[in-house]
Design a binder for this molecule. Structure first.
Ligand code: GTP
Length: 218
């Protein structure tokens, strides 16, 4: 009874959702600004989704794949930008928000603390934030640092959806073990959205589903 499992994999989008995604994403995405303090946030005047994940999880690559802009998220990866919350416009109706990667080993404590304060303030105070996508490397499953951000999202009551990245790097035989680990961890998080998206920026798997998810958020 696969469909009775908690946190099933999202199904492929239906035709309406696909059309909504095509309409939205063909209008294009652009880098707007990097933000280091709450006072720098753009007006909360449109639908907003954010992307969080451990360093190297494939966040920039995924944002590029979603928007079809090869180097879009590179802007947020250049030295000096990595501690900023980066805003991208999508059409004139959405913001895509790239949160700094966490779990970096060598950042000074003061830097990490400053970024955690900003992240907390952003997640708790942003009215227009509809959903957070928490990216998790399919090879590694949910790590303690991922659970920290999930706990923060629980507290802030921001619904979050888990997006597994680099699906092309795991063997089909290892998928059940990964999904069991992820489902077990998510069961403890009240803000977890009850569907997972398995993606690969390499093969394009799951990208349409994620686009359609964003395009049909209300
Ligand atoms: N095989 C495979 N490799 C991927 C995929 N997505 C990203 N990568 C690779 O993983 C590495 C990290 O990807 P990035 O997109 O830079 O990761 P990031 O999360 O933005 O990293 P930070 O900037 O450190 O936060 C790169 O070498 C990518 O080419 C994927 O779906 N499949």
């Amino acid at each position: 009874m696969t469909n009775a499992l908690p946190f099933p994999l999202a199904e492929a989008p239906d035709r309406d959702a696909q059309e909504a995604a095509t309409r939205l994403f063909r209008q294009g995405a652009d880098f707007l600004k990097g933000v280091v303090a709450m006072s720098g946030l753009p007006p909360a005047d449109r639908m907003e989704v954010c992307f969080a994940g451990r360093s190297n999880v494939g966040k920039s690559t995924l944002i590029n794949a979603l928007t079809g802009r090869r180097a879009l998220a590179r802007a947020s990866n250049t030295p000096g930008r990595t501690q900023e919350i980066n805003f991208f416009t999508l059409a004139d109706s959405h913001y895509l928000v790239d949160l700094p990667g966490y779990g970096f080993a060598k950042a000074p404590v003061a830097v990490v603390e400053k970024w955690q304060r900003l992240l907390k303030a952003y997640l708790q105070g942003r009215q227009s934030l509809r959903r957070a996508f928490v990216l998790v490397d399919a090879r590694h499953g949910i790590k303690p640092v991922d659970e920290e951000i999930m706990a923060l999202l629980d507290t802030a009551a921001v619904p979050f959806q888990t997006v597994l990245t680099k699906a092309d790097k795991i063997k089909a035989a290892d998928e059940p073990k990964l999904l069991a680990q992820v489902r077990g961890k998510l069961a403890k998080h009240p803000a977890a959205f009850p569907e997972l998206i398995l993606t690969s920026s390499e093969t394009g798997a799951g990208i349409d589903t994620l686009r359609a998810t964003i395009a049909t958020l209300v």
